[in-house]
Design a protein around this ligand. Sequence first.
Ligand code: HEM
Length: 182
Amino acid sequence: MAQPRYTFTQRLLHWLIAVLVFALLCSGTLFWTLGSEGIANLLGEDFAGTLVTTHKSVGATVLLLTLLRLVLRRRSPAPAYEPPISKLEQFVGGALHVLLYIALIAVTVGAAVAVVSAGYPLEFFGLSLELPLAENPALAQTLFGYHGLGALAIFVLVVIHTAAGIKHWRLKDGVMTRISLP
Ligand code: HEM
């Protein structure tokens, strides 16, 4: 019997978001370890500026693609496991997926509110969006702190999720086929 799979669009979105989240975690780690000034000193002002605007644009893209993915998920629910996996594994895997969705949305929305509260425009690949929200530096500082913690949570969830994916790939139990592209 053929392995039931997520639709092609869902599978494409999964891997596109995964690549973008990986890029965000890498650039975020650079900001966290060196700071904008450190990056500017090391790689130049232009590079540092481009990295910040690209990080913001890619974050907004991840948010939009994740929302699109949830809409598609409502239309085409997750396929059945064939062969079945244990109820416990389904529950743990499902809970991890829900946490990943929540974390991706919370971290990107929180970052957008932090950027606006800090008095900066929202940026999306050359487009600049000014929201009619009052500047609130204290809120911005708090939210940027949570942004780092949220990104760390995403990193931990992604590591656990990837380890589970690799386990299923090695077991050849069909779970990876549900989400793989070809
Ligand atoms: C940033 C990276 C990633 C994110 C944010 C992510 C997120 C997700 C989410 C939210 C789902 C649930 C889909 C749904 O039911 O709506 C999922 C499914 C899945 N992912 Fe990932 N993923 C990432 C990377 C990976 C990697 C690297 C692997 C493999 C090594 C992987 C393997 C899988 C598998 C096998 C499923 C299907 C699980 C099942 O049907 O029970 N993912 N992923």
